[in-house]
Ligand binder design. Structure first.
Ligand SMILES: [Zn+2]
Ligand SMILES: [Zn+2]
Length: 143
């Protein structure tokens, strides 16, 4: 069973309907395998569902994010991007050139566990973004 079908099965097992909007957005994110802005998703979704509005895209993305089928990440400048929730990871973003790097969430897991055991909170956000300078931009800065 491929990823998209696992995702769809999860949604159904939770008793949610697979509306054309939900299905289309999940397919778009699954096929692209990348981070997309709501506008990019809207432009692609419009080809499959000509009547769809941007408001529907936002509403559907919120729903899918709540159900943990889709991950949302802040990438700076107030911009949110979305991707299909397939593997837990976090992001490093260079604040000078904007280059992004994916890191495995395993690296943060023990930190989360530490926070949870010391505060009693249950942390449910993976997909964090860290800002810094990439190696190339560090070199440029040192010239
Ligand atoms: Zn850079
Ligand atoms: Zn990501």
């Amino acid at each position: 069973m491929d990823k998209i079908n696992i995702t769809l099965a999860r949604l159904r097992s939770q008793g949610y309907r697979l509306t054309p909007q939900r299905l289309t957005i999940l397919h778009i994110l699954s096929e692209s395998g990348d981070h997309l802005t709501p506008l990019e998703i809207y432009l692609k979704a419009r080809q499959a569902l000509p009547g769809i509005t941007e408001a529907t895209i936002y509403r559907t993305l919120n729903f899918l994010t709540e159900k943990e089928l889709v991950l949302a990440a802040h990438i700076g400048s107030g911009q949110l991007v979305y991707e299909i929730a397939e593997h837990d990871h976090d992001h490093l973003i260079c604040r000078a050139c904007g280059k992004t790097h994916e890191i495995d969430h395993i690296a943060l897991k023990s930190l989360y566990e530490y926070f949870e055991s010391t505060t009693g909170y249950q942390i449910d956000s993976v997909h964090q973004t860290f800002f810094g300078l990439c190696p190339e931009c560090q070199k440029k800065n040192n010239l």
